[in-house]
Write a protein of this length. Sequence first.
Length: 150
Amino acid sequence: MNSEPKAGETLTPRSWAAFVARTILGLIFFMAGFWKVFELGALRHARGMFVEAYADTFLPAWSLWATGVAIPFVELAGGALMLLGWRRRIGALGLGGVLILVTFGHLLAEPLYVFTAHVIPRTLLLVIVLLLFEHDRLSLDARLALRSAS
């Protein structure tokens, strides 16, 4: 299937579905990252959600600090990329990495962990965004591809 948009191409229901899913995913992660970076603070996030929460595990403290500090910035940047529809693959990779790390942490704390109000819905949205990637005609990536093709 050709992922290049064509001039005058109409927007399909899949185009709108891609836009809605990408925008909601972007808002969720951007706002979470914004709050963690600018309201809570990345160091406080790392201390409370990672270092103290997983101090009794086999994970070294330096890895908990690094992950806990990095995640808010990845959420902020990945969410912004999704909202803009720019560099969507990079944004999706970062957000997918965050979801994998957080799922690992939940499973480490609770081995029979199955569902949470945060991880599973965000993962499903990310999967939808990835499945509809080529149909996302309202992204900045698609507009830039159209412009460079003409």
